[in-house]
Design a protein around this ligand. Structure first.
Ligand SMILES: NC(=O)c1ccc[n+]([C@@H]2O[C@H](COP(=O)([O-])OP(=O)(O)OC[C@H]3O[C@@H](n4cnc5c(N)ncnc54)[C@H](O)[C@@H]3O)[C@@H](O)[C@H]2O)c1
Ligand SMILES: *[C@@H]1O[C@H](CO)[C@@H](O)[C@H](O)[C@H]1NC(C)=O
Length: 318
């Protein structure tokens, strides 16, 4: 099969994110070849995926037009990278978040594929110019950063290398759209991309408010889950502002811009997240709400995923 068929995708690394990508791609009707460098690991991943897909089908939450049997028929596992890459037009890398590991994986991949094959990385924290520094032809390289769990949280940040070809960004954007994800384009690379930069700002101010004795851990979480988050699941901060003044965004900033600037100028420094008494006390307060043992954490993770599933269902109907 030639890569021009655009039917086969190779997923490299079969951990949490690799398995999720595989499920997303087969839901869109693509054949997915999973590779992992731990022998037997990719086969185990398929067993795990089968279990998850049967549960999804039962919950009527299976994505795509095909039933679980048909989707599972599109999956295959490989312990050999060369065989896993045969026929692929798109490679989604999902190995450990370690720069040297990713660099060497992409070097290996480039040696084994034709020059029109797109090389895409799932990295959360590494910029494309670092991840792809060992690749000869960087025009085919892109970061496609998912959000966990991608099956329910559909955002994918597309981050180009300075040399990435426009056609590669376009093809990746249409692939992600076709499989039902919600791709956004960053016009240039930046540390943290967009999502984690916004998240860092929220984390920092939440932490400071607790640290300064303004509010409890429990209540700052409610500020988000019962307040801001209610809107943010459907409209972002820009549209929120646009709709919160009678004449839109410009009007909003006339009314509230000064106040926002005053607050921002009074923000404290970056908190010490993992040293000192304040950090210890915040961690303790959190652990009193949800103890950090496996049993309690797993139960809350399961609850989170159930709630996200419900929200994904609601968003689909709107
Ligand atoms: N977990 C998340 O919430 C999340 C969200 C977005 C992006 N990511 C990114 O996705 C990537 C994968 O994360 P994960 O959580 O799935 O990790 P993971 O540890 O669950 O899985 C990594 C897998 O890669 C395999 N692997 C390691 N080196 C390899 C190699 N050289 N060749 C082939 N396979 C190899 C491992 O055996 C393992 O199965 C990371 O870059 C991470 O930053 C993770
Ligand atoms: C899935 O769809 C195929 C093709 O339409 C059909 O033959 C098969 O019985 C279906 N399987 C289930 C479990 O519904």
């Amino acid at each position: 099969m030639s890569s021009s068929d655009m039917k086969v995708i190779t997923v490299v690394g079969s951990g949490l994110i690799g398995r999720s990508w595989a499920m997303v791609f087969i839901s869109g009707g693509f054949s997915v070849k999973i590779y992992d460098n731990q022998p037997g690991q990719s086969a185990k991943a398929i067993t795990e995926i089968r279990k998850q897909m049967e549960e999804l089908e039962e919950a009527h939450m299976l994505r795509g037009d095909l039933n679980s049997t048909q989707q599972l028929g599109l999956l295959s596992s490989y312990d050999d990278l060369g065989r896993a890459l045969e026929g692929a037009f798109f490679v989604q890398e999902c190995v450990f978040e370690q720069l040297e590991v990713k660099q060497s994986v992409f070097q290996d991949i480039e040696r084994l594929v034709g020059k029109d094959v797109i090389l895409s990385s799932s990295t959360s924290c590494l910029v494309p110019s670092k991840v792809f520094s060992q690749v000869q032809d960087k025009s085919r390289c892109i970061v496609s950063h998912p959000v966990n769990p991608p099956y329910y949280v559909k955002l994918v940040e597309l981050v180009p290398h300075p040399e990435t070809a426009a056609a590669v960004i376009d093809t990746t954007h249409s692939l992600m759209t076709k499989v039902g994800q919600a791709p956004v384009r960053l016009r240039k690379e930046i540390d943290g991309f967009a999502l984690n930069r916004v998240q860092a700002a929220i984390i920092a101010e939440s932490w400071r408010l607790v640290q300064d004795g303004v509010i409890s851990v429990k209540d700052i979480d409610l500020v988000m889950s019962e307040g801001l988050g209610m809107r943010y699941a459907f409209i972002g901060p820009m549209e929120t502002m646009h709709l919160n003044a009678p004449a839109g965004l410009e009007d909003y900033m006339k009314r509230y811009g000064e106040g926002i600037t005053r607050i921002l100028n009074a923000f404290g420094p970056v908190p010490a997240f993992s040293s000192g008494e304040a950090a210890k006390s915040i961690v303790n307060e959190m652990c009193e709400l949800i103890p950090n043992d496996q049993q309690h954490l797993s139960a809350r993770m399961e609850r989170r995923d159930q709630l996200l599933m419900g929200l994904a269902k609601l968003k689909k109907d709107h």
